[in-house]
Design a protein around this ligand. Sequence first.
Ligand code: SAM
Length: 231
Amino acid sequence: MEPLSESGLPRGQEGLHPRLAEVVRRHLEHPDRTPVPDHTVSAYRALLVALGPGARPLVLDSGCGTGEGTVALALRHPEAWVIGVDRSQHRLHKGPFRGLGAVRRAAGVGNAFAVRADVPGLWRLLAADGRKLAAHYVLHPNPWPKKQHMQRRWHGHPAFGSLLALGGEVTLVSNFSVYAEEFAAALTVARPALGEVRAEVYVPDPPLTRFEAKYVERGHPLWRVVARLGG
Ligand SMILES: C[S@@+](CC[C@H](N)C(=O)[O-])C[C@H]1O[C@@H](n2cnc3c(N)ncnc32)[C@H](O)[C@@H]1O
């Protein structure tokens, strides 16, 4: 069995990836042109219909998993439409957004939506329409702890430029310190005007999501990055 780190992750990359800045710059210079999957295009159209013409601020919970965090965020941002996005029907079905549709509502929480879609595709569609976020939560993304998988982390992904274009106050939380440190460093590379963005130790009280609750229960340390990307 692979040895585990103090965060319960398989031991993997230590320290920032040596090619991080180069990869971030390359992706910003050459925007992602891979086709957005059809199901994500349909889900996006259904989402626009569900949101309607009203101009509420938008809050995104990218990779929302079962969606408990999306509901908690909707209560924290009552003035906004809060949209959880996840590709996993299995995960969405285990939480407050049961059902089969591409866009679901949570009973009793009128401003919360969940969309079953591909996160990078949805980011690109929103950004291409010029939509801006008030806040963007990326809570416990898949860590991809191995060095060779850095480009699967969101800051190493071709869609990172769309995350930047969507703006708002972005919050990333992870139990993999390297993920948070790299995300902070990637923001510093991409947006020098922000100054040096840092990852900080984070103790949630109470935990917002299902993964967060699990990590807190096991005593795993967590890291958070918060940055105002502007509109
Ligand atoms: C580790 S879980 C965290 C879930 C939730 N944020 C939490 O903290 O409980 C990561 C989630 O990201 C979703 N995910 C990963 N890559 C995705 C992608 N490309 N598009 C949509 N969802 C994705 C997975 O399905 C999974 O539910």
